[in-house]
Design a protein around this ligand. Structure first.
Ligand SMILES: NCC(=O)N[C@@H](Cc1c[nH]cn1)C(=O)O
Ligand code: ZN
Ligand code: ZN
Length: 476
């Protein structure tokens, strides 16, 4: 057995260049799910994923998950979800790997040092949009199955894949697909594995929680068209002033959420959690240096981890309709739409948050006695997810990390959201583990996103070893 793992490890090392080349081909596809104009690229990405799995002999399906509403009665087809199956031996566990191949937007003008869709190797770091989130981890799982196949070593478990193309915009359409396939595709699945997150430091980690997210649009509409600020300024009540005014009532400068009721549902921090956070490897100075700030919202490690992982927060992302180009334009925008989101933690409920935020914004807007119109819409309501770290899946994770990296993993939570995690848990009732291979400094959603060769290759070995460990889990 040890010999087989050794052989698999050698195989992975000797195929490094091929793995990097496939990642290069995948990164070259601008599969940005937020931009409907890129929908054909995203469809191509789903097709490429399906083709790769088919070429390996998997039973592959491109599942139609319906249409996306664009507003004004318009719709476009959602990218199909790729499902695949390798093996159907009922004496083995069946592990379902979930991942996504859509990406966040990226433009050179955002401040990338290299072309975002041209994978560029600098000192062993592979820079490109989607490299770490989530194309390399998805490929690492595919290469895992491929390595077993190539060496003629029997897979220790049956492996299924669910790969989607709308994760970055809230996994539109996937909930319904999981519900509809619960008695078919998911019926024989024992465990679900997600590798869509990163380590916290250089120490490998197992992730046992993710925050949810409620994403809002707040639209303020005033005059029927944009106006000259010299000609009309001072006479009209400006939509942007109203919008900035209400946005400023969401959160205090010290990070306190001001929306009534929001903080009431948050589970209190237990002593055990506090101790767990104490033990996690996290260098505050390094973190500050990495993001390039002189001061953070909190100074202690435990406070920072708690606010990153298990407290809600408000982030304001942008204002559609606002003048944002270089240079100066003396305009009064007629209609502006703020985009902000509130990360969700246990025991918050998105439906309650939707009402709290909508009522509150209408109240503060009402106080301004503005003639403009406010419309608040929640466009994503993703729930948080939390796992039982004592589950055999986590024991298997600890063993696999120890085998490959010769250290114990950190037990961490993720501040970001994997919208579908909670649905998998609630609908399929299967146990889930998040097994990250991304580095702590990969710059997800940011400029210069990267995946290191080290994490990509050693991460593939981790997956190989993980399947072996899961195959060893004792049946009840
Ligand atoms: N790698 C996971 C990830 O980045 N997820 C997104 C999903 C999301 C949440 N709200 C809108 N999209 C994230 O921002 O956490
Ligand atoms: Zn992701
Ligand atoms: Zn992402």
């Amino acid at each position: 057995l040890e010999f087989e793992l050794e052989e698999l490890s050698k195989y992975i090392d000797s195929h490094q260049e091929e793995y990097v080349q496939t990642l290069r081909e995948w990164v070259a596809v601008e599969s940005d799910s937020s931009d409907v104009l890129k929908r054909s690229d995203l469809e191509r990405m789903m097709d490429m994923t399906a083709e790769k799995l088919k070429a390996m002999g998997g039973t592959v399906e491109l599942v139609d998950i319906g249409v996306q509403e664009l507003g004004g009665g318009k719709t476009i087809p959602l990218p199909k979800v790729v499902t695949a199956q390798f093996g159907s031996d009922s004496s083995k566990y069946t592990v379902c790997v979930y991942g996504h191949v859509d990406v966040q937007p990226a433009k050179m003008e955002d401040g990338w040092a290299t072309e975002p869709y041209n994978l560029t190797d600098i000192n062993g770091n592979l820079y490109g949009r989607g490299a770490s989130d989530n194309k390399a981890p998805v490929l690492a799982w595919i290469h895992t199955v491929e390595a077993y196949q190539a060496l003629g070593i029997e897979l220790p478990v049956n492996v299924k894949f669910v790969i989607e193309g709308m994760e970055e915009t809230g996994s539109n359409g996937l909930d319904a697909m999981i519900v509809s396939k619960n008695d078919t595709f998911f019926a024989d699945v024992d465990y679900i594995v997600i590798s869509d997150c990163g380590w916290l430091s250089r120490r490998p980690a197992l992730t046992y929680g993710t925050r949810g997210n409620c994403y809002f649009f707040a639209e303020v509409e005033g005059p029927k068209q944009d106006l000259h600020s010299g000609v009309y300024g001072g006479t009209v009540i400006e939509p942007m002033t109203d919008l900035i005014g209400i946005l400023d009532t969401l959160i205090s400068p010290s990070g306190k959420i001001l929306i009534p009721g929001i903080r009431d549902a948050v589970a209190p921090l237990s002593d055990e959690e506090w101790r767990l956070y104490q033990d996690v490897e996290f260098d505050v100075e390094n973190y500050k240096a990495k993001i390039g700030v002189s001061r953070l919202m909190y100074s202690s490690k435990v406070d920072l981890l708690a606010h990153r992982w298990r407290y809600p927060t408000v982030s304001i992302h942008g204002i559609e309709g606002a003048f944002s180009a270089p240079g100066s334009k003396t305009v009064i925008p007629a209609k502006v739409i703020a985009k902000f989101s509130i990360r969700q933690v246990p025991n918050m409920d998105p439906a309650t948050v939707e009402k709290q935020v909508t009522d509150y914004l209408h109240t503060v807007f009402g106080r301004r006695k503005s003639p403009n119109k406010l419309k608040v819409t929640m466009i994503i309501g993703a729930k948080p997810w939390l796992a039982d770290t004592q589950h055999p899946l986590y024991k298997a994770g600890r063993e696999a990390v120890k085998k490959v990296f010769k250290v114990d993993p950190d037990m961490i939570r993720e501040g970001g959201t994997i919208p579908i995690a909670k649905t998998f848990q609630d609908v399929t009732r299967k146990s889930i583990i998040m097994l990250p291979i991304g580095g702590f400094d990969d710059g997800l959603h940011s400029q210069n996103e990267k995946m290191s060769r080290y994490n990509y290759i050693e991460g593939t070995k981790l997956f190989v070893s993980y399947l072996h460990e899961v195959g060893q889990i004792k049946r009840d």
